[in-house]
Design a protein around this ligand. Sequence first.
Ligand SMILES: [Zn+2]
Length: 189
Amino acid sequence: MKVKFKKIKSDKIKDSFLTALKEYEDLHDYSITLYQKRVKSSTMQAQPIISLKNIFSGVKRYRIKLGVFVSSSENLKMEDVPEEVMTGWFAHELGHLVDYLSYSNLGMIKYGLKYIFSNSFKIKTEHEADYIAIKRGFREEIIATKEWVLNHELVSQAYKDKLNKYYLSIEQVVLCNLNEPPFVPIIEK
Ligand SMILES: [Zn+2]
């Protein structure tokens, strides 16, 4: 694994990140930086690092930006989030990175613009990140994350509304079956 931690002081954060990343073998060859800083709009963000150099070389590098506080709250520190919740959160962000892998760096610029301007695209990518995390075995953790955010009194209503609008609901996560049996044709006699 090529992980770099930048400005992360909490071992709990590092441990839950590594727990999630362990199940994402296809990401182990890529350089991933987990970076903590105060962010306004969201708690976590998975980003491709694109420069003039790698837009042509095709080398893919990623960064996951992590807030110091949960959403815009001033008193709910990320490091105080329960470990299972944090692991679920990271599993979702790593799901985004898996989704990004199939795009070129130039393609990712287009992707970023679409994410900003198209609500339906945003919903599709957020659902996809959850589905990928569930496939990697993080269904329980994804549920724990959603329950924690939606029930926590210090998390703003605006953030909860955003979660309800763009992300899979708890019910959808519980019910989704990603291991449907393969297609078998019916042969009539
Ligand atoms: Zn997401």
